[in-house]
Design a protein around this ligand. Structure first.
Ligand SMILES: [Zn+2]
Length: 313
């Protein structure tokens, strides 16, 4: 009954063995996603076999394999249609062939944010919710949407997953997606330092001396009284909120589920986001509820397992 699940993230590849909505065992390795997917599949296979060996589970006892990819995925055909700056050789690659040859078991594939939302609504913080927008603040910003209990996929397989590419400043910088001023170009982890460096005040900030700049370092600098960090945080909250308002206006959810690295600081940022979003949304029926993922590292793997369950029914 065990499912093998593999999440090809931009920074790490996570592998999990899932049984009845719980992760039995997991491992992780750097993804080197710029080097393409094909070599990484071999590494993933080795890691799966190692994990099964450690758990004393035989391959024959596994009933399905799931893969999540951070791109536009045709889940019905199990193909990657488009992906930027990582795993580019995954486009058109026969994952079906790879699974048939190496694992010979049922196979499901999905966009990573969609898989996360499926995991969260089945087993996580959004359990029982039917109308949810999910926003994952990671290296980039991933989104997914569920309406009336159905995860949104759309005719061209891109419905709901391009929320990181909603415009939050129409005069903003060019994004690799082709648009200008995308949310992700302003307020994702990878954008924090490049955007901060455009400000003259940055050189006086404690942040300019740090090697790494992440969500947490901006929040900590703000709390320590850093003037630049306070102003920068206000700008970031404004972009995050604009993106969420756009998603609420587009998809009419009951709840917004937030996840990813930024939510490790949920206590500091969530009240700011909530206040701004509630002040800017047109929802005459009431107020959208905010939820925070309780197991952000597990939701993609659990979602893939749920998809395999659905497939076998
Ligand atoms: Zn974009």
């Amino acid at each position: 009954m065990t499912h093998i699940t593999i999440d090809f993230g931009g920074t790490n590849i996570k592998i999990g063995l899932v049984l009845n909505g719980a992760i039995l065992a997991h491992s992780s390795m750097p993804s080197y996603s710029g080097q393409g997917i094909q070599g990484r599949l071999d590494d993933a296979e080795r890691a799966v076999r190692k994990l099964l060996g450690e758990q004393g589970i035989r391959m024959e006892d596994c009933t399905g394999l799931g893969i999540a990819i951070p791109g536009i995925v045709n889940s019905a055909e199990r193909q990657v249609l488009s992906i930027h700056e990582k795993y580019e050789d995954a486009i058109g690659y026969s994952f079906d062939g790879w699974v048939r040859e190496r694992f010979a078991m049922p196979f499901a594939m999905e966009n990573d944010a969609r898989a996360a939302l499926i995991g969260e609504t089945a087993y996580g913080a959004a359990q029982g919710e039917k109308d949810v927008v999910m926003v994952i603040f990671g290296t980039g910003i991933g989104t997914a949407v569920m309406i009336d209990g159905q995860v949104l996929r759309g005719k061209h397989h891109q419905a709901g997953v391009l929320g990181g590419h909603l415009t939050t400043d129409r005069q903003g910088p060019l994004c690799n997606c082709g648009n200008r001023g995308c949310l992700e170009e302003f307020a994702s982890h990878r954008a924090l330092r490049p955007r901060a460096m455009e400000s003259r005040a940055f050189k006086d900030s404690v942040l300019s001396a740090a090697d790494e700049m992440g969500y947490l370092s901006v929040i900590e600098a703000r709390l320590s009284g850093d003037g630049f960090a306070a102003a920068y945080m206000e700008e970031l909250v404004s972009h995050w909120s604009a993106g969420i308002v756009n998603l609420i206006h587009a998809y009419d959810p009951d709840a917004v589920l937030l996840s990813g690295g930024l939510m490790k600081s949920a206590e500091a940022v969530l009240p700011l986001i909530e206040e701004e979003v509630h002040g800017r949304t047109w929802t005459p029926w009431g107020k959208v509820r905010f939820l925070v993922s309780s197991q952000p590292d597990a939701s993609v793997l659990l979602g893939l397992s749920k998809l395999l369950d659905t497939k076998s029914n």
